[in-house]
Design a protein around this ligand. Sequence first.
Ligand code: IMP
Ligand code: MG
Length: 193
Amino acid sequence: MSEKQKNNEVTLVPFLSAEKIEIICKDLAEQINNDYKAYVASQPELYIEPKIIALCILKGGLFFVADILRHIKIPIIVDFVKLSSYGKDTRSSGTVTILQDISTDIRDKHIIIFDEIIDSGRTLSFYIERLKAAEPKSIRICTLIDKKACRSPESNVVADYVGINADEEFLIGYGLDRGEQYRNLPDIYQLKF
Ligand code: IMP
Ligand code: MG
């Protein structure tokens, strides 16, 4: 163990600024608006009873879903699920715990999952299998950051909307934490030990 690790010292290297995050969120929202526009136009009753659900994966997806939703122009409702797979480590534990489940009836609904980052894909693989059991009409995934090269072999998660790709670096800020710390930072940084 180095002196730095012993003293719990870390270096934050800028990865993505708040300004860039805002541009990405607007762009992703526009893609979503475009993709669902025709479906919404064909069924005006969706304005009375929306069938599109923005499903935020807590805690990390909190800021991301809020920023995207502000630019969404189709009728949509929001729900939350709280999943945990990391604990205090910087590696996924592989065991996913549902700390709080979705409260909406999703049968025949169109789900768009909002997660701030996909790494091994284990968390979403596990949860999507559960969602499918409730027979939604469709499930799409929107992520701010995709660590595609880090997917575990047992995960078949492919994001439909991706803000930016990343390598193996561990990132914090804008919802991303290490042991619950740093989520509140407006910018995203790479955490170096
Ligand atoms: P996965 O199951 O390995 O895809 O990881 C899922 C979750 O782990 C993400 O939604 C994040 O909450 C968290 N996570 C993955 N990579 C990072 C990271 O670089 N920094 C902080 N949290 C991360
Ligand atoms: Mg997350």
